[in-house]
Design a protein around this ligand. Sequence first.
Ligand code: FE2
Length: 135
Amino acid sequence: MALVTWNDSYNVNVKSFDTQHKQLFDLINQLHDSMMVGKGKEVMGDVLKSLVSYTKTHFSEEERLLKMHKYPDYEKQVKEHDGFVQQMLDLQKKHAAGNAAITLTTLNFLRDWLQKHINGDDKKYSSYLNSKGVS
Ligand SMILES: [Fe+2]
C-alpha cells in the first residue's frame, strides 16, 4: 500500500511543480515498498539516491523560477530546502555507513516534511507566480 497518495489538495497551481511533487511522492512510495518487501541495503541505497537527487533537482527548479520572478519569500524557500536536503544527505550517509536503516519513522518524516512544505511554503508562491503568468 502506498505511504502517500496524491490528490488535488496538494496542487500549487504551477503545472511543472505539481508534476515534480507527484514524482517525489512516487519515490517515497518506492522507498516504502522496497522497505516493506525487505529489499537489501544496496537496493534501498539506490532508491534513496534517486529520491535525494530528484529532490535537489526539483528544489533548484523552484528556486530558479522564484528568483527569476523576484519572489519576496525566496530566501525562506531556499533555507527550508537546504535544511531538508542536509537532513536527507545525513540520512544517506548514515545509511551507506550501515548506521541507519530506512524505517517507517524515517519514511514518515520524509513524507510529513514534504506534505507540510507543499501545503505551507509552496502554496504561498502559487498566486504570486500565477500573477507573473506562470501556471
Ligand atoms: Fe519548495
